[in-house]
Design a protein around this ligand. Sequence first.
Ligand SMILES: NC(=O)c1ccc[n+]([C@@H]2O[C@H](COP(=O)([O-])OP(=O)(O)OC[C@H]3O[C@@H](n4cnc5c(N)ncnc54)[C@H](O)[C@@H]3O)[C@@H](O)[C@H]2O)c1
Length: 383
Amino acid sequence: MAKPLRIGLIGYGFMGRAHSNAYRKVSNFFDLEYQPVLKAICARNAENAAAFAKKWGYESIETDWRKLVERDDIDAIDICTPNNSHAEIAIAAAKAGKMILCEKPLSMDGPEGVKMVKAVEKAKVPNIVWYNYRRVPAVTMAKKLIEEGRLGKIFHYRAKFLQDWTISPDLPQGGAGLWRLDVKAAGSGVTGDLLAHCIDTALWLNGSMDSVTAMTETFIKQRKHTLTGKTEKVGIDDACAFLARFKNGSLATFESTRYARGHKALYTFEINGEKASIFWDLHDLHRLQYFDHKDEGKLRGWRSIHVTDHGGEHPYMDKWWVPGLQIGYEHSFVHQVADFLASLSTGKPAGPTFRDALETQYVCDAVLKSAKSAKWEKVPRVK
Ligand SMILES: NC(=O)c1ccc[n+]([C@@H]2O[C@H](COP(=O)([O-])OP(=O)(O)OC[C@H]3O[C@@H](n4cnc5c(N)ncnc54)[C@H](O)[C@@H]3O)[C@@H](O)[C@H]2O)c1
């Protein structure tokens, strides 16, 4: 009999659905000591919470996260709410001795993130942040190839995350679905929302960053606020581009915008090493492009690896279908749950922990600071 891990999930939007799906699937595909039990869904509107509970199989509902956090029949709190609520919920959950799975970005900024790290470490509760792209098999394989030394010394890291959904000046800011445009709820714009993903992957694959220099732009300066009904100043960055120096000596470029007409979620990264290069594209997420300079000259070229094979060669894939059949976006969340559950058995934390995610927060802070100062800014060390 698997041991139950009783989940209390807060927020039933995009991520509430992605995580619920992962909790439901994981035990069907992974053999683990622990099994998630969908104990309670928390949302402010009881009717909507009840409808969500029925659809996804939650046993109960709560309308106040404070009550959920105090419940004795909950082991882990999953935070799927807008960014400005992560810290308060996580700190209360840690104090109540709950494990925490928190959506990204960890916090509104570095100092808030420090308080969250202190809270979970003081309470000694397992914690993880949902930087799910680490667990797309092709991305996990990129990590393996780098660790095996196949790229050799790394010279360049190049990432971008492009969208086009905020181009219309008529789009309001704030409230359900549009909190990302409201700086008070989001903390920042594309930097904390999209670049945070690119930064997390980059820190994982290429190590810590030393310094950054950035530019940001807010193309639409004012938007109607859904909650106040008034036209208000837009405080988020609509676009951000930055250069970075990594501690390993490599140079990097990062770019993100919600104004790249035609692009919906074009997250790509490329890494160039002395021996080999790799390239990954979220729109083609099961493939890893790989160039190996030691290939025989006449056959040398970029190969497109369909990361769907079994036998332990392609990460996670032996848990799914037969070789050659790909999986998708939602599976990265299933993998994250599986790794988190496995970590409870081994006692070895699954990353990114709050402490790991704080480093991403520090990079975001340095990027936003540099966009204001127009200078290179050092990325503070996580102490
Ligand atoms: N890992 C990823 O790839 C990824 C993708 C999207 C969003 N996110 C992150 O997930 C979080 C949620 O984003 P989303 O896209 O799911 O947003 P969403 O707007 O779709 O859902 C947010 C939910 O939180 C609820 N909520 C807000 N305040 C609440 C409160 N006080 N109590 C209870 N419920 C409350 C809302 O009603 C809504 O159900 C954000 O931090 C976001 O950055 C991560």
